[in-house]
Design a protein around this ligand. Sequence first.
Ligand code: UDP
Length: 465
Amino acid sequence: MRHDMDAKKAKANERAHCLILPYPSQGHINPMLQFAKRLSHKRLKITLALTRFLLKTIKGLSGGSISIGSISDGFDEGGRAQAKTYEEYLARFQQVGRETLMELLQALADSGSPVDCVVYDPFIPWVLDLAKGSGLLAAAFFTQSCSVACIYHRVYCGELKVPVRGSEVVVVPGLPPLRAEEIPSFIDVHGSYPLAFELVTNQFQNIDKADWMFINTFYELEEEVINCMSRTWKVKAIGPTIPSMYLDKRLQEDKEYGLNVFKPTTNVCTNWLSQKQPKSVIYISFGSLAQLSVEQTEELAQALTTLNKPFLWVVRSSELAKLPKNFSKETIEKGLIVSWCQQLEVLAHDAVGCFVTHCGWNSTLEGLSLGVPMVAMPQWIDQSTNAKFVVDVWRVGVWARADEKGLAREGKICRCINHVMGGDGEEIRENANKWKEMARDAVDEGGSSDRSVEEFVSTLVSGSK
Ligand code: UDP
């Protein structure tokens, strides 16, 4: 196909063309769409490939100058929910995905705009084989932190033996020593989520074929581990992939992610926040997937009642029944509970003084980039590793650690929130401001991430690798 493509391209004299293919879930699409916007701004032609099911369901997708292409995961009517098991979903995605991706590449070539490089999500590693088999350049895009990617790689190649025992400390070059509970949960407890284990470790099954490895982080944030990984691969830190208007403001149109799986309450939160004192509000969110136990929800609710400070809590509709009876009514003077919000808008608001977070990687980067001190309440997968960095490496928060029953208790949560918002939290707040500036500088003109993106674009534009 490559030869064919070269000829057509010369004829059409097109810009260098990148096809971006994320794994079809919100936490993966957002950073890759944002990266796509940066590439497009820097003169590449971009096609974002999404599944037919997603294209049917998402509303208001705003990619600006980015073209949208479609592939199929084999479940056009219901996506992942339509498959009986996750195994079935992934197997069919691979089979139908391959066929429809080939068709899309061919259609783009036929239209006079052949693809030069595929930026793919290593959760779907077969895309790399297909791209290389078609003679294209290919770049993996990791949506976890570089540290977490490094741990997954170690496990994949057997250099980090799992399970890790209770008191054991894991030493990985480029990372601080990690206790068992600070490494990703299903890696620590091998066999607890076998499929997730496969998914994250298989990201490395064919990675040596990739021409670049992009990571949604920035060099200053994970310098040591990026240096270590760079000895083996062409690692490029290109983040944080947060809409430009929250960072360098160079992409005027880039005000939001442009894609929402849940419906946000638009003005309600900002109107409510604007009536509050600066840095007075506790913002609480556990992302799009985490499910708190009823007991954990009660501990948190009790902490908020005891603290008696203004709070904005995102409780997804499916989690609402876990709130203590009458909690919403009894706290109506102090609190606002919403099912989803525009998190960036909330974090950027001057009234917010603390972010109680599950430490999903996107939320962690958002809190860091907007300079909001964090109280970490990690639930599973890579969240505890992210929490470790928030607390001990970047020093922008504290960890409301769970007890032997796996619960972060009311007293602990209160102490943590008081710590980051009170007199003791001054250093944390200073660090938060420092990282906010560093995040902006990284993506701003000439910053470390900007240079990485520029280098990639120049390579594609000049046609040499
Ligand atoms: N988010 C949001 N509104 C909310 C809660 C979360 O827009 O009310 C967004 C948040 O900004 C982030 C994403 O959802 O971009 C969550 O991603 P993360 O990696 O933090 O967690 P996950 O949902 O994957 O566990």
